[in-house]
Design a protein around this ligand. Structure first.
Ligand SMILES: [Zn+2]
Length: 274
C-alpha cells in the first residue's frame, strides 16, 4: 500500500543511521508540535444510574453519538490556501475530533496541508495548526517536495515510549522565530490509520519520532513550550508575549492565554502514555 510502503522505508533502520539530509536549519527546527488525547474528554456523556430509562432513551436520541464524536464534513471544510494559525489562537487548544470518513475531502485537506508545510519550510504539520480541529497530521522529515517520505497519520495513538530520551532544539510553525530545547522520548510505537482508513502500527526513532511527538501533542491541544524546562522556556518568554500582543492587536480580543500567568513547574518532561 502506498502509505505503508512509505512507512516501511521510513522504518528501515539503515535509513536513519545518519541524520536525514535536511536542507536548512529552519527546516530542521520547524517541527510543529501536536497534542495528547485525553481519553476522558472523548467519552460520550454518561447518565448516572438514577436516571430513568425513558430519559436515557431521550438523551440517546438527542445526542447522535456518531456526529457527536467524529468529525463531520463541515469540520473538514477549509478556505484555500490554508493559513498557519499562530499562538495564542484558541484553535490550537480546541478539542480535535477523530476522523471516520476517508474520502476526497480528507485527501484534499492532506494535499493542502503538505502545500502549506513545504511553503513555510516545515517538516511536520497538524490539522489544528491550519484551523481544522481533527485528528490528522502530515510530515516529511526531509521537508522538501519530491524528497523523503510524505507521512499521513489519522487518529494516531501512542502505545509505547522509549525510556531513552533526547534533547532537541525545536521550533513550531505556530510560533514563528521561536526555538528552544525540548526533551522527549527517543522512539515511539504508534497506532494510526492511513489516508485510506487502513490501520497500521509503526515504531519511529530519532527525528521522525521527534516530529511525530510534536505533532501528536498538537492533536491533544498541547504546545511545545509546555514540554520545556523553566530554563528553556525563559529563553522564549518574551517572544511568546510578543505573539500574545500581536494576537490582541490583530483580533481586538484579549489573549485567551498568557505566559505571564502560567504556573512555573520544575520540569517540562514527565509525560506518559496518552
Ligand atoms: Zn507545532
Amino acid at each position: 500500500m502506498h502509505c505503508s510502503s512509505k512507512l516501511q522505508q521510513l522504518y528501515n533502520p539503515l535509513r536513519w543511521t545518519q541524520p536525514p539530509p535536511l536542507s536548512s536549519r529552519s527546516s530542521l527546527l520547524s517541527l510543529s508540535t501536536h497534542t495528547f488525547l485525553h481519553p476522558s474528554s472523548n467519552s460520550p456523556l454518561t447518565l448516572h444510574s438514577s436516571t430513568s430509562l425513558k430519559l436515557h432513551a431521550m438523551a440517546k436520541q438527542s445526542l447522535p453519538t456518531k456526529d457527536y464524536n467524529f468529525a463531520s464534513s463541515a469540520d473538514l471544510q477549509f478556505d484555500s490556501p490554508l493559513k498557519i494559525v499562530e499562538y495564542p489562537d484558541p484553535r490550537l487548544r480546541a478539542k480535535n475530533k477523530p476522523i471516520d470518513k476517508f474520502d476526497d475531502d480528507l485527501k484534499k485537506l492532506v494535499d493542502e496541508m503538505f502545500d502549506v508545510m513545504y511553503k513555510t519550510d516545515g517538516i511536520g504539520l497538524s490539522a489544528p495548526q491550519v484551523g481544522i480541529n481533527v485528528q490528522l497530521m502530515v510530515f516529511n522529515p526531509v521537508g522538501e517536495r519530491g524528497e523523503g517520505e510524505e507521512i499521513v497519520l489519522v487518529n494516531p495513538s501512542v502505545s509505547k515510549y522509549s525510556l531513552k530520551k533526547a534533547l532537541f532544539n525545536e521550533g513550531c510553525l505556530s510560533f514563528p522565530g521561536l526555538y528552544a530545547d525540548v526533551q522527549r522520548p527517543d522512539s515511539v510505537k504508534i497506532d494510526a490509520r492511513d489516508i485510506k482508513g487502513s490501520r497500521f502500527t509503526v515504531t519511529l526513532s530519532e527525528l521522525p519520532a521527534r516530529v511525530f511527538q510534536h505533532e501528536f501533542d498538537h492533536l491533544q491541544g498541547i504546545l511545545f513550550f509546555e514540554r520545556m524546562t523553566d530554563e528553556a522556556l525563559d529563553t522564549i518568554r518574551e517572544g511568546l508575549q510578543e505573539l500574545e500582543m500581536k494576537y490582541e492587536k490583530s483580533t481586538g480580543l484579549p489573549s485567551p492565554e498568557k505566559i505571564k500567568t502560567r504556573i512555573r513547574r520544575k520540569s517540562g518532561v514527565g509525560f506518559g502514555k496518552s
